[in-house]
Design a protein around this ligand. Structure first.
Ligand code: MRU
Length: 351
């Protein structure tokens, strides 16, 4: 996508040809800063501390993390050590393990001296595939937006989204945002309701992206969606996901489930956009997904812009705070999955 007029992706190789560049998403949207990852530890830290985030992008960073490890030491022990460490960076998004397994499978039986180069090649391939998958998700979701636009006689299609499932959360395009970008580029009038997504405010990233692409949008507090649906001001919901299980349950950013419930209550179609890397054939249902519990201070403090990213304390800090980062939307609340191979309404056909 375009950033300051330049075509960019969310991850790239630096000019040295081996270190890995990403945006520091802890600083976005108020500061555009890049981070250079030179060791597997750098990749682990970027994922664990959410300098990089979003299920597909976490996978891409982990894949390059393994390549960085093999560059330092191409032995099998080094490979397994880096694999285990990177896999432990965050528990919920299945793309992390999926990407690591792909890179490991591509190198483990190959001659020691070739492993690092092969890992870089596999990481690059995985990134290209993510871009193509997201573009295909866009093509699959576009007719849904076209249809609503036609029904409304060209009035703006109001789409609600939660968290950031945009190009900053993938290698490019985004999952939930890909149909939106294509619709906008085609001249369809859209307007996006962007949930702020407390406590990490990923909605600010979505708003930053949409503003950069000129897509009309409004930032809303997480609790506004129900009212807007009740008032008939939401035509569809599109969210991304961190893991879809065999029975079609959807794990996504905390708050997604409440949006799905409200959508069902008001007859608003609820779509989940996912690449095949986010489908987890090894997990039967949502109850089996490990839900990340993050620091209570993410709730107690709001972070905003100054030169260092100022943290402002909110509320009564003596109170305990509980911070589950994801929730499970049961398959029954999903109208359809928007995948790289088209719309899927029966979860059995996701695998
Ligand atoms: O905690 P995060 O910011 O990594 O969570 C991101 C999300 O929940 C996204 O909605 C999901 O990964 C889909 S990204 C295309």
């Amino acid at each position: 996508m375009k950033l300051d007029g330049q075509t960019t992706r969310s991850i790239w190789l630096e000019p040295d040809g081996w270190s890995v560049g990403i945006f520091d998403q802890r600083r976005l949207p108020w500061a555009l800063e890049r981070l250079v990852l030179r060791t597997p530890g750098d990749a682990y830290d970027a994922i664990a501390d959410m300098a990089t985030r979003g299920a597909p992008l976490i996978g891409a960073v982990a894949a390059y993390g393994l390549a960085l490890a093999l560059r330092e030491d191409p032995g099998v022990a080094s490979l397994e050590r880096a694999f285990a460490h990177l896999a432990s960076a965050r528990p919920t998004a299945v793309n992390l393990r999926w990407a690591l397994e792909r890179v490991r499978a591509a190198v483990v039986k190959q001659p020691t001296g070739e492993r690092a180069a092969l890992a870089y090649a596999e990481a690059a391939r995985l990134c290209e595939e993510d871009v193509a998958a997201n573009r295909a998700i866009g093509e699959a979701g576009l007719p849904l937006i076209r249809e609503i636009s036609a029904r409304k006689g060209g009035e703006p299609v109001n789409i609600l989204t939660h968290c950031n499932a945009g190009w900053l959360a993938t290698v490019d395009w985004g999952t939930a945002t890909a149909p939106i970008y294509l619709a906008h580029d085609e001249g369809i009038a859209v307007h996006i309701w962007v949930d702020e997504t407390r406590p990490r405010n990923q909605g600010a990233l979505t708003a930053f992206e949409l503003a950069g692409h000129g897509v009309p949008h409004s930032l809303i507090v997480d609790n506004a969606g129900g009212l807007l649906m009740q008032q008939g001001r939401v035509d569809m919901v599109i969210v991304g996901t961190d893991r879809v299980t065999v029975n079609g349950d959807v794990c996504n950013k905390i708050g997604t489930y409440l949006k799905a419930l409200a959508a069902q209550a008001h007859g608003v179609p609820f779509y989940v956009a996912l690449p095949s890397s986010t489908y987890d054939p090894a997990t039967p249902d949502g109850a089996s997904v490990p839900i990340e519990e993050r620091a209570a201070d993410e709730i107690r403090f709001m972070t905003g812009p100054d030169d260092h990213g100022v943290a402002v304390r909110i509320g009564v800090t003596a109170s305990p705070a509980v911070n589950p980062a994801f929730d499970i939307t049961p398959a029954g609340l999903v109208t359809a999955y928007i995948t790289q191979t088209g719309l899927v309404t029966d979860a059995k056909r996701l695998g």
